[in-house]
Write a protein that binds this ligand. Sequence first.
Ligand SMILES: [Zn+2]
Length: 393
Amino acid sequence: MQLIPKLCLSIPQSFVALFTIDKCLTEMKLRSILNDLSELAHPSLQESYDNSGLLVGNPEMEINGILVSLDSTEAIVDEAIERNCNLIVAHHPIVFKGLKRFNGSNYVERTIIKAIKNDIAIYAIHTNLDNVLQNGVNQKIAEKLHLNNVQILSKKKEVLTKLVVFVPTSHAENVREALFNSGAGKISDYDKCSFNSEGIGTFRAGQESKPYVGEIGESHHEKEVKIEVVLTNYLQQKAIKAMTEAHPYEEVAYDLYPLLNEAPEIGAGIIGELNNALSPSDFLQHVKTNMNATVVRFTQSNHSSIKKVAVCGGSGSFLIKQAMHSGADAYVTGDVKYHEFFDSEDRMMICDIGHYESEQFTIELLVDFLSKKMPNFAVLFTKTVTNPVNYFY
Ligand SMILES: [Zn+2]
């Protein structure tokens, strides 16, 4: 069935007539949407236990609408069918461990079977979206709680590379710009970062070569610039391609070094500050209201006011000690177990608002991102509440 994109619905008929129909996109290749989602949070940034990425579907599929949700369940697949969406973008991967049978004996199998039968693709953007600062799950929580000066709570290591390339002086600017345009040379809020040193490169061209400078069979000395840039590992291929295309030499000499540095914008949790310190009771109300939480389970702390706040969407117990170590007055997360509450030692207020509640605004984040990328395409916010936890009080 032909989908009517949402934007078209809001445009007066006379206005539509001024434009050709391709202004309202009715189909889009899944591969192109996957590229956009990789730009938001690259799948390589997911944790080793995770299963983010394209779980069902083929990148060559034509997509006619996207349904965004926190979970992909049978009810979500039903909603996708009803609303003419053949791509579900969900935060949690429905398939987390290997499936050996497909006989519908549990909700995971039934969801996958229903999606495949109805040609619906499922994409999960889970811990990779947790691990990015910009537009990540935790930045969204920080925004809802009005936190400023946010930074990653537990920065990730082994995700950065140093790329060093040797370029004849005449082409140094071109190669540098090509590297920057590929995303290399970005350090926190600075971009186009590089170090450049001049020197002499030497080489002798072989009989089969086509040297850009120098003669075949003769030693050559060339004034060169050594350009050094930092990049995230997943940008390596793109940067090398851009660099090679801008470089005049037949054989480009470059080195890749894995870095031990922490990545400033990649990692788990976020820590930031409230504009004005709040009393513990006012802070609890602030969290409950702004996070739309039904209940907040919390520990007492010996802090009379709360200003520095750490957050982690989902199950964030693993960051309790890190949050305390970073000087947080309070830590907002979900899924905290009884004994883990003791870990605060009265030095930090732990606020457990529930897993779903802590991550619910991830849907808003994804819809906003995809709608900006594809303003004329149907990106729909789910109407289904997938939270399996209810409260009786
Ligand atoms: Zn979660």
